[in-house]
Each structure stands twice: as structure tokens, then as C-alpha cells.
Design a protein around this ligand. Structure first.
Ligand code: FMN
Length: 274
């Protein structure tokens, strides 16, 4: 059975790995025993790495992850509360982009960080399709407009409720409101039968969106875009998504044209404490 090893010289038998394990697949029979895997370890281990990450002595090595592979938490990089608050409140949906494509390594870094988002049972269900050529992004935006025209024809009331006629009129007048002139659109997708796709997809895209400004990029959810991916087969096929997948979400990405000077306000939380 593939499980873990414990360095007997380093293990201080504090039981912290047992406490941190979300599925209780690490056990210590008595306080002076070293941790051992339960018989169903392989069936229930989430591969979250908590055991290796939490061990204060670096004694715990999963068969697929050793302490040396996990960078240490650097206290000097911790943010202050004020920094975190401004960082979170400062993120904006960017709808004005420079006419400049993003380098491949920056796009790759965005996706690397997005994959540190939480996911149900640590499933990490994400597959990514990055539209790299700006001309393709524009072409695919046009396909979303084609879809909207179909919906307007077939279900005018629904189309009205979703604001499609205005978006299509804007397109006809030369204004692109689908990808907002962004050079790239990134679609996160996965198994269409997976139950937490919407949640896991949104969380990964949130990580991506929060990280983007740190490397000079801007992003915005492509709500129209990803709805169209799932509803309009020609767009789904143009993106080359596997037939058993569905889109969990999409964001436009590029270099922002505008700089925001202030933090807008939000509604106060509607909350009840009981
Ligand atoms: C699920 C979802 C879909 C969205 N779809 C679009 C979209 O298609 N086009 C767009 O310009 N903005 C879209 N947005 C961005 C929201 O309009 C934006 O988050 C909101 O106005 C608040 O602004 P802020 O993100 O700058 O704080 C979407 C956001 C979410 C969460």
C-alpha cells in the first residue's frame, strides 16, 4: 500500500498530523507510538498534504510529497491586516485592455496560482483552455453574438431578461461587450457529471483574478462567454473542449488600460446572528 513514511529521528509524537488529517486516515494507538496509516488510507486520503505541511519537525513524508518539496512558510512575507483588506477591496473587473498580448509565461503563472484554490474533496477538477491569439478571442466573441441572436429569435423574453438585445446592438455598432477587447479568454472546464464544477471553477477563477494584478494583469468574468460555451455547440467545438466536459467559468485577461484611484463601496452584509 502506498502511504507515508515517518522519520523516527525527527518525529516527536505530538499527534499533530493525526489532528490535521481531514479524513482520519492517520492513527497513533498510544501517545508514544509513531503515526501509522489506517488500512483504508489509500481509499480516503485526499492528497491535501496537510500532514506534511503541519508537521513542525519535517518528519512526515507522503509517498508522493516530501517536506523538502514543500516550500516553508516565510513569516517575513506575511501581509498586515490593512494590506490584506486593501488587496481584497482593490480587485476590479477590468473592461478596458491595452492592445498588447500577454506573454505565455505570465498566462502559465496565472493558472499555476489558480490551482491553489480549494476544491471539493481536493478534487482539483480543473482543465484550462487559453485562447492565446487576440484575433481568435475576437472571433469567439462573435460566436457568442451569433448565439445571442438565436436566443433573441427563439426566446425573446428570456433574451430580454438577460440583456442580450443591448449587447447585440452594441456589437452591431462596433462595440465588443463579450470579451471587452481583451486579448485572451481563459475557460476553466471539466467533467460534465462532476457535481461541484461551478463552485470549484469559480474559486479557481477567483484565485486567478486576485493574483492577476500582482503581475500587472487585469481580468473580468466572461459570464456571457461561458454561458454560451455550454449552450452553443459551435462555440464549444471551436474551443476544442472534450465532449464529456462543460465550462465551469471563463475570464478575459489582458493588460489593463485604466488605473483605479479609489475603493468603491459595497452593500452592507445582510446577516442574522442567532
Ligand atoms: C458569474 C459572473 C459573471 C460575470 N459576467 C460578466 C460579463 O459577462 N461581462 C462583464 O463585463 N462583467 C461580468 N462580471 C463582472 C461583474 O459585473 C463584476 O464583478 C461586478 O460588477 C462588481 O465589480 P468588480 O468585480 O469590479 O468589483 C461577472 C461576474 C461574475 C461573478
Amino acid at each position: 500500500m502506498k502511504t507515508f513514511t515517518v522519520d523516527l529521528e525527527k518525529c516527536n509524537k505530538d499527534g499533530i498530523c493525526v489532528m490535521a488529517c481531514p479524513t482520519n486516515v492517520i492513527r497513533m494507538g498510544s501517545p508514544d507510538e509513531v503515526p501509522t496509516p489506517t488500512r483504508d488510507f489509500e481509499d480516503y486520503c485526499l492528497r491535501c498534504g496537510h500532514c506534511t505541511a503541519v508537521c513542525p519537525t519535517g518528519a512526515f513524508s507522503l509517498y508522493w510529497l516530501s517536506p523538502d518539496q514543500c516550500p516553508p512558510v516565510r513569516k517575513e512575507l506575511a501581509l498586515t491586516e490593512q494590506q490584506v483588506e486593501q488587496f481584497l477591496r482593490r480587485r476590479r473587473s477590468i473592461r478596458n485592455y491595452k492592445d498588447q498580448p500577454v506573454e505565455r509565461d505570465k498566462l502559465a503563472k496565472l493558472l499555476d496560482i489558480a490551482c491553489y484554490a480549494p476544491s471539493a474533496r481536493n478534487n482539483q477538477p480543473w482543465h484550462w483552455t487559453v485562447v492565446e491569439a487576440p484575433s481568435q478571442t475576437r472571433r469567439l466573441a462573435g460566436m457568442v453574438i451569433d448565439w445571442m441572436r438565436t436566443v433573441i429569435r427563439q426566446y425573446p423574453e428570456q433574451a430580454e431578461l438577460r440583456g442580450f438585445p443591448r449587447v447585440v446592438s452594441a456589437w452591431d455598432a462596433g462595440e465588443e461587450r463579450i470579451c471587452r477587447g481583451a486579448p485572451h479568454i481563459i475557460v476553466v472546464h471539466g467533467d460534465k457529471t462532476y457535481g461541484f464544477g461551478a463552485e470549484d471553477g469559480a474559486l479557481a477563477l477567483s484565485y486567478l483574478e486576485l493574483y492577476a494584478p500582482a503581475i500587472g494583469l487585469g481580468s473580468c468574468w466572461g459570464g456571457y462567454f461561458y454561458s454560451a460555451v455550454n449552450a452553443y455547440p459551435p462555440l464549444f467545438e471551436a474551443l476544442g473542449l472534450p465532449a464529456d466536459h462543460r465550462a465551469f467559468g471563463a475570464v478575459m485577461v489582458g493588460y489593463p488600460k485604466l488605473k483605479y484611484q479609489r475603493l468603491p463601496l459595497r452593500n452592507k452584509p445582510r446577516v442574522s446572528y442567532r
